[in-house]
Design a protein around this ligand. Structure first.
Ligand SMILES: NC(=O)c1ccc[n+]([C@@H]2O[C@H](COP(=O)([O-])OP(=O)(O)OC[C@H]3O[C@@H](n4cnc5c(N)ncnc54)[C@H](O)[C@@H]3O)[C@@H](O)[C@H]2O)c1
Ligand SMILES: O=P(O)(O)OC[C@@H](O)[C@@H](O)[C@H](O)[C@H](O)CO
Length: 389
């Protein structure tokens, strides 16, 4: 990694962090603080060193910049949340209002800064000690910023035209695409790629797989994923069907990359909020449009429930919010139907009561009973047959 000239630790070197606002060459700010990073922290104060939370730190930096009289920034958040640019701007504005900053700052913020919503698509898996050793041996260098990524990459940026002029990444041959509205691309990527991961992962772990790529050669899992993507997710998307199908085919090829070891347990982290954000919207849209349930997506809910209710010692422990882990710890004796019904009723997990979705609980309960009684392979086959009826 040779493109990074220096790093400033905002906790250890707060003054140096603020001094970066005085650098006239600094024009772009990128963030990638995970979905949890773009949050408004009501306790953040302007004179905290540093204020808590990423948006408050950014608000403080912007205030510093404003005072210098230099032009503002072009800000590219990369976190996988809806409208990351607008959400980040809203958090910054709330902090600025809390801190009672002057009216001129708000005008400068709106007129001289661009908060662009962006969407990054690249499978980045981290590396194993063996891979790090091999790179160190080949290069003679120990690279602490080492990472492993697939060759595919796409960065969708929604920005005013003048931003494209200042950031001509497309002309530099980079996989960047400027669009007028990032939302359909986000919907397609989150529902097909991330949704595909979330749908596949519990079934795959319960089939004994540890990596995404080996699932693609497992006929039962591959048929399940195909059916979920092409029959149940794509019909709910707003971009043209052919474009979505091309994207889904490319995603399956990416999952099949023999050089990428994407660990299913990594994808499984916080599966409940992922299922809510990445799969539930497809279930709801399918139900609205077709008046029926997408049975493979419902099956993925049952498989998630089966994975999380697995006894201790049966594979790696799942990692999720304490409320989720507590729910399953208290319900170890439940049968499949009762467990699925109680899980579906948790409005705090799903943002709504899923037992109100007609047929959802009986279908998921049946699927989970099959998974427990007959094993994952047989349950997947039964699901495929039922979905084709
Ligand atoms: N890994 C991927 O394949 C991939 C691909 C596309 C998009 N993304 C998105 O990129 C984001 C980051 O993913 P990642 O895999 O790099 O995660 P990561 O956990 O490897 O890295 C996140 C970094 O953000 C830092 N961070 C967390 N909270 C912060 C805060 N409040 N302020 C400043 N820094 C903070 C963490 O210390 C960590 O270094 C996520 O939103 C993810 O959805 C990831
Ligand atoms: O990174 P997460 O844990 O939010 O989600 C797991 C994967 O779905 C994700 O990392 C994808 O590989 C990535 O979003 C591809 O662009």
């Amino acid at each position: 990694m040779s493109c990074i000239s220096r790093a400033v630790d905002v906790f250890e070197e707060y003054d140096a962090f603020l001094r970066t606002a005085h650098n006239p060459n600094m024009r772009f700010i990128l963030s990638n603080t995970t979905e949890a990073g773009i949050v408004y922290e009501p306790s953040s104060r302007m004179d905290d060193r540093p204020p808590a939370g990423f948006p408050a730190k950014l608000a403080r930096l912007l205030w510093e910049r404003y005072q210098t009289g230099l032009p503002g920034y072009i800000i590219f958040p990369c976190e996988l949340i809806a409208d990351n640019g607008g959400t980040l701007r809203d958090c910054v504005l709330r902090h600025a209002r809390d801190w009672g900053l002057e009216a001129g700052f708000f005008r400068w913020l709106e007129e001289e800064n661009a908060f662009c919503s962006t969407l990054v698509d690249r499978i980045v898996t981290g590396y194993s000690p063996e891979q790090a050793g091999a790179v160190a041996e080949a290069t003679g260098l120990e690279d602490k910023l080492l990472d492993v990524a697939e060759p595919f990459a796409q960065w969708i940026i929604e920005a005013p035209e003048w931003v494209q002029g200042e950031f001509p990444a497309e002309q530099a041959g980079l996989p960047v695409r400027f669009v007028a509205d990032h939302r359909p691309y986000r919907e397609r990527k989150v529902r097909i790629l991330n949704g595909g991961h979330t749908v596949l992962t519990p079934a795959a772990l319960l089939s004994g797989h540890t990596l995404v790529r080996t699932c693609m050669a497992d006929r039962g899992l591959r048929n399940f994923l195909d059916g979920a993507l092409f029959q149940e997710i794509i019909p709910t998307l707003s971009l043209p069907r052919a474009e979505c199908e091309d994207f889904a085919r490319a995603v399956e090829e990416r999952f099949d990359n023999p050089y990428v070891d994407h660990r299913l347990m990594d994808i499984a982290l916080n599966s409940v909020s992922k299922w809510r954000a990445r799969v539930l919207p497809s279930v709801e849209a399918f139900h609205r449009r077709q008046g029926a349930l997408p049975l493979r997506l419902v099956f993925s809910f049952a498989a998630l429930c089966a994975l999380y209710s697995r006894g201790e010692g049966e594979g790696c422990p799942v990692r999720d919010e304490p409320a989720v882990l507590d729910f399953f710890a208290r319900r170890q004796a439940d049968g499949p139907e009762a467990l699925v019904a109680a899980f579906a009723a948790r409005v705090d997990f799903w943002g709504r009561d899923l037992t109100e979705l007609p047929g959802f609980v009986p279908a998921a309960g049946r699927a989970m009973a099959r998974i427990r009684a007959d094993g994952m392979a047989a349950a997947l086959e039964a699901c495929g047959k039922e979905a084709l009826k």
